[in-house]
Design a protein around this ligand. Structure first.
Ligand code: G6P
Length: 368
């Protein structure tokens, strides 16, 4: 039945469509006079100011959100960020201490690996903030401070709106950290926050093109293997886009950092292999395009996601291009992520699969 699904056939589609609204609900209460504000959460600037490094602990999709956070914080704050899979945390003799700010990210707030890693870090004296969707969950209670993602209940097993609201919180943390450290001029802070507030409307614009994305998904529908390539932030979101596709469509997909392809699996890219390429960062564009040429010359069918204003050379086979609405580069992951979610969704839908309940996956994992 479609009841509870807002008229959509699956929760996943409903939850994808809700993103403009839930992103707004996540950011707006934390903006005062145009600036990031965690006074409701009681987070003292001191812990954002004093930490020498950051350790993000999370699993699955939440871990992928952490990778975007790492790029943002390293680029804008200039401190080192580790993103650690919570299930591996204990097995690598973790080095965390009072100078390490721990950020635990979890939709459910109940993932046992994340909870245990967080508890260990706290014992080592690390200050901690959790980013959790479910109110009052164990991870929220086990951390010193909590910032809730206001995504609302996420029912589809494959996470969508929880991921993008986690990203939204990471932008807020980055901005507050820059403020606490006195790193940015007022003007830069306000313009960053303005761009963040534009995310919901830009996402809505992408959602309006759902049928165009549905057609792009057709390139992947009958594939055995898919590759997704990009660098930097583009690579981070492709890890998530690729996981999403695997989870709901059972198609084997690998996200590969474009520059690493030639050191690894480029031999697997042959005639008609679908390759999803994301190009959103000005400083990476020329290198990414040349990597795309490499796979095209091996016969790959490239689905390219690129900013609306970018020019592409004539005479190439750019048959599948999606034009992303333009934002400042650090924010391009937001519209691009929605396209990747919808590609995964439509492939699963068109295969006639049970999109919301992929086999063998659980929404909440409370065993180690
Ligand atoms: C499970 C879910 C994933 C999720 C991961 C972490 O494996 O199937 O979608 O990303 O757990 O869950 P959490 O609730 O901690 O974000």
């Amino acid at each position: 039945s479609r009841s509870g699904k807002g008229g959509y056939p699956f929760y996943m589609e409903k939850e994808i469509m809700e993103q403009p609204q839930v992103i707004a609900e996540t950011i707006l209460p934390r903006i005062k006079d145009g600036k990031p504000d965690f006074s409701e959460e009681g987070i003292p600037d001191q812990i954002l100011k004093d930490c020498k490094r950051i350790c993000v602990i999370a699993c699955g999709t939440a871990m992928h959100a952490g990778l975007v956070g790492k790029s943002l914080i390293q680029a804008m704050i200039g401190i080192h960020v580790d993103v650690v899979m919570a299930s591996e945390f204990m097995y690598n003799d973790p080095v965390v201490n009072k100078d390490t700010l721990v950020i635990a990210i979890s939709q459910s707030g109940e993932t046992i690996d994340t909870l245990e890693a967080l508890k260990f870090a706290r014992k080592c004296g690390s200050p901690s903030i959790s980013v959790v969707n479910v109110k009052g969950a164990s991870i929220a209670r086990a951390s010193e401070y909590v910032i809730y993602t206001n995504a609302g209940p996420e029912i589809a097993v494959a996470s969508t709106k929880a991921y993008t609201t986690q990203l939204a919180v990471l932008y807020l943390i980055t901005a507050r950290m820059a403020m606490a450290r006195g790193l940015w001029e007022e003007e830069r802070l306000l313009s960053f926050m303005n761009e963040l507030q534009r995310v919901p409307q830009v996402m809505a614009k992408v959602l309006d093109t759902k049928e165009e994305i549905h057609r792009l998904a057709g390139v992947i529908l009958n594939a055995q293997d898919v590759f997704m390539i990009g660098r930097g932030l583009d690579y981070s979101i492709l890890l998530e886009g690729s996981l999403k596709l695997k989870e709901v469509s059972y198609i084997h997909s690998e996200a590969y950092a474009s520059g690493e392809l030639k050191h690894g699996t480029i031999a697997l890219i042959t005639e008609d292999t679908p390759v999803v390429a994301v190009v959103t960062q000005d400083k990476l564009k020329s290198k990414e395009i040349s990597n795309i040429r490499e796979v095209q010359s091996r016969g790959a069918r490239v689905v390219l996601l690129i900013k609306e204003n970018e020019t592409l050379d004539e005479g190439e086979q750019w048959s599948c291009v999606y034009r992303l609405p333009k934002m400042d580069d650090p924010f391009m992951v937001m519209p691009a992520s929605i396209v990747l979610q919808l590609i995964a969704y439509f492939v699963s839908l068109d295969k006639g699969l049970d999109v919301d309940k992929p086999r063998n996956l659980a929404k909440v994992v409370t065993v180690e």
